[in-house]
Design a protein around this ligand. Structure first.
Ligand SMILES: NC(=O)c1ccc[n+]([C@@H]2O[C@H](COP(=O)([O-])OP(=O)(O)OC[C@H]3O[C@@H](n4cnc5c(N)ncnc54)[C@H](OP(=O)(O)O)[C@@H]3O)[C@@H](O)[C@H]2O)c1
Length: 337
């Protein structure tokens, strides 16, 4: 797979990123059990095809995702570009930052991480600045090669900018069902040459056409603001959802797939990668078959007519959802600013 530069850095990445949230999972984890043999096979297949970008986080299965990725990369670390995400550290925790980073590198079996992000911003500006400063120090030490952010909108990106910290990438939820980023964040990132990494491209399988109706979607994958709070005890956003616009959109996506000969998952991913500023699509691939499918999808060039049709069928939902950026929380509870 052809690789390209991320942001203004020298990192060469594939347009498909392997989302590692499921790695190291057991039967009680969000994604259920994921065997190490399957992870090894997935990582090996990805690297063989030039898919070199892996996205993990401290929080994924309490560090077991990092461990699992580290094991799968043993002996071939140099072929991979690793993105890791650290939660905001409290002032107390910041005193142990060296140890925290070094423990993470230990789990990943590496001396450095190519790209480290703050996973979610805090509304406490001073604490956010202190976290960015701690990352900058690690960059100077060489344990972090580049700094990125995740779920940062314009104001938080500006805080880093004003501190003189170079942010090379912003990881953000972006898919046919969640287009809030298009209003402000995507144009801003394009202007600033910050590479956008689009996560949840398939909306956890919903855009892959797996579910015939809304009720078939497992409740855990129905916790976002798209779905009515009153139908799902796991939902915490308090809203009534956007199902009136979502259901017709999913039906039309199904129709477009039948008409065009592309699968729904392929349409969803190829549409995303066609958007200027999106440098890579982070997809959770549970097995080699899904990896192969998604690899084909990022390299699929849709006709301008088909791309326009996808814009069009998702437009009513986009308009109704407005500029909502946090797909799990509404209004003042939004964590993104
Ligand atoms: N920065 C953040 O805050 C943040 C938040 C969420 C996610 N992420 C990152 O983004 C990655 C991707 O997000 P995600 O895993 O939540 O959502 P996703 O990529 O939209 O969905 C992944 C799921 O879609 C299904 N799938 C994948 N490829 C498929 C294909 N070709 N055909 C049919 N179904 C397919 C699989 O579901 P089944 O298991 O049902 O087969 C898979 O588990 C994560 O692993 C993580 O690295 C980041």
């Amino acid at each position: 797979m052809k690789q390209h530069k991320l942001g203004q850095s020298d990192l060469m990445i594939s347009p498909l990123t392997i989302g590692c949230w499921s790695f190291g999972g057991d039967q009680d984890s969000y994604w259920g059990r994921q065997d190490q043999d399957d992870v090894n096979q997935l990582v090996q297949t990805a690297l063989d095809q030039g898919i070199n970008f892996f996205d993990t986080a401290f929080g994924y299965n309490d560090g077991r995702s990092e461990e699992s990725l580290g094991q799968a990369l043993a002996g071939r670390r140099h072929k991979a570009v690793i993105c890791n995400k650290i939660p905001i550290q409290s002032q107390d925790e910041l005193r142990q930052y060296d140890q925290t980073i070094s423990a993470s590198l230990g789990r990943l079996q590496t001396d450095y991480v190519d790209l480290m992000m703050i996973h979610w911003p805090t509304k406490d500006k001073a604490l956010l600045q202190a976290n960015l400063e701690a990352m900058q120090k690690q960059k100077e030490k060489g344990t972090i090669r580049h700094i990125g952010v995740s779920n940062f909108a314009r104001q938080t990106l500006n805080i880093a900018h004003d501190m003189g910290i170079e942010i090379i990438a912003d990881e953000f939820a972006y898919n046919l069902m969640s287009r809030g980023i298009e209003q402000d964040v995507l144009p801003y990132c394009r202007d600033q040459k910050i590479g956008v990494l689009a996560y949840m491209p398939l909306m956890q399988g919903i855009l892959a056409g797996k579910y015939k109706q809304i009720d078939d979607i497992p409740p855990v994958r129905r916790r976002t603001i798209h779905f009515d709070q009153s139908h799902n005890p796991l939902v915490r956003h308090g809203g009534s959802g956007f199902e009136a616009q979502l259901v017709p959109m999913l039906e039309q996506l199904h129709g477009l797939a039948a008409e065009s000969g592309y699968s729904e998952a392929c349409l969803a991913i190829a549409w995303l990668i066609s958007k200027a500023g999106v440098r890579s699509v982070i997809a959770g691939c549970r097995d080699v078959r899904q990896l192969q499918d998604n690899a084909v999808s990022v390299e699929t060039k849709l006709s301008p007519e088909l791309t326009a049709r996808l814009d069009e069928i998702s437009e009513p939902l986009r308009q109704e959802m407005g500029g909502n950026l946090d797909i799990w929380q509404l209004g003042d509870n939004s964590r993104i600013w």
